[in-house]
Design a binder for this molecule. Structure first.
Ligand code: AMP
Length: 372
């Protein structure tokens, strides 16, 4: 069966189907509501935060073909808020509705090996890497790439999960065994000075809009702080990072918001300093600052893109500097203090249990530079 819905922009009053029910889906839903659109959220967990703000919900596994088909038939367009979607799931959705970003973008970015080959194929550097399926592969890869190196599962990694550093003296085969036979890659260690990301969007008309690149700091492998503009990032390097995101979006015939995470290494300003770490085919934690900090938030931009609407202005509001801090685990208990702070924008995701490492909310602060 092919998707028989008429092509063309979704009209206000229409419904966006969102696969995944986390905070990203929740914030897409809130942005959709501002445009007079509804959302139908599909997620397996009945407690999903996005359900609180959805006009319709389906609670079903991602492998349920009937539920997926009924969901896709009931909406005007389908998008997703996470990339670990089984290929068969994406195929079913694409047969019954327009799926943005397209299944190829999903397939390429959900597998670290496919993603790195694709990025290198565009002439864009990544960490050096080798595929690792067995202990012998790993020994070969360590010979070629040296130590330290980073062993990662090809799929299902996030927030440092499915990832181990291999240092001198480590028993590499034992570390590989911890991943239980999952296909992996080994990456050479990139001695980066800074981690940055470019959040950008591409519309159905091929228009492209990027936010200013931001600098990201992690704690325990989880994003802790995003600052924009990235302090000390040279203009030429910033422009080169945006050009990389554009090239990737165009090569994937991408529609929607994407994030490209990059390492900045030592070298002359410009593209020579940049190494792509990974691509997220969705709105991204490092783009949360755009809700108050940019003229069009990444969530509004995602809605515009997947609905076939013109993209919005991605510039920073008033040229102000912006900081976004995640509220992880019980740091969310600071919410009364943050509420009392003039100019702090508090976002809580409606999650009940503040487990360590769980993203419970975030706070954004717009900062007037002393020299402005
Ligand atoms: P990832 O899951 O690929 O985003 O990696 C999580 C974090 O691990 C990155 O944000 C880096 O801080 C670090 N990391 C990952 N890969 C490498 C690498 N090849 N070289 C150095 N650091 C890395």
């Amino acid at each position: 069966m092919t998707n028989s819905k008429k092509a063309g922009p979704v009209r206000p009053g229409g419904t966006i189907g969102i696969l995944g029910g986390g905070q990203l889906g929740r914030m897409i839903a809130l942005a959709a509501a501002n445009y007079g659109l509804k959302v139908h959220v599909y997620a397996p967990d009945a407690d999903s935060p996005a359900f609180d703000v959805a006009a319709a919900k389906t609670v079903a596994p991602y492998e349920d073909p009937q539920a997926l088909a009924a969901f896709a038939d009931s909406v005007d367009v389908v998008t997703y808020e996470f990339e670990n979607i089984p290929h068969a799931t994406a195929e079913i959705l694409a047969q019954h509705a327009t799926l943005h970003p397209n299944p190829r973008a999903l397939l390429t970015t959900q597998d670290r090996l496919a993603e790195k080959r694709f990025v290198n194929g565009l002439g864009i550097p990544t960490a050096p890497f080798q595929a690792v399926d067995t202990a012998e592969d790993l020994a070969d890869a360590l010979d070629a790439l040296g130590r330290p190196a980073v062993l990662k599962t090809r799929r299902f990694g996030y927030d440092g999960k499915g990832q181990r550093m291999i240092r001198d003296g480590d028993d590499a085969a034992a570390l590989l065994a911890e991943f239980g036979g999952a296909p992996c890659i080994l990456e050479g260690f990139v001695p980066f000075e800074r981690e940055i990301s470019v959040v950008a969007a591409r519309g159905t008309d091929g228009a492209f809009a990027a936010y200013d690149p931001c600098a990201n700091e992690h704690a325990d492998h989880i994003l802790a702080l995003t600052r924009v503009p990235a302090p000390g990032l040279a203009r030429a390097t910033s422009d080169a990072a945006i050009a990389i995101a554009k090239k990737i979006a165009e090569a994937l015939d991408y529609v929607g918001v994407l994030a490209v995470e990059l390492f900045e290494v030592a070298g002359p300003a410009g593209a020579a300093r940049l190494v792509v770490n990974e691509i997220a085919p969705r709105v991204h934690n490092s783009g949360h600052w755009t809700i108050e900090g940019a003229t069009t938030s990444q969530f509004a931009q995602s809605v515009r893109a997947v609905c076939g609407w013109p993209l919005g202005d991605a510039s920073r509001v008033g040229g102000l500097d912006v900081e976004m801090r995640n509220l992880i685990g019980d740091t969310v208990d600071d919410w009364p203090k943050i509420l009392a702070e003039p100019g702090a924008h508090l976002h809580l995701y409606g999650k009940g249990d503040a487990r360590p490492g769980r993203k419970m909310g975030h706070v954004t602060r717009l900062i007037r530079r002393r020299d402005s």
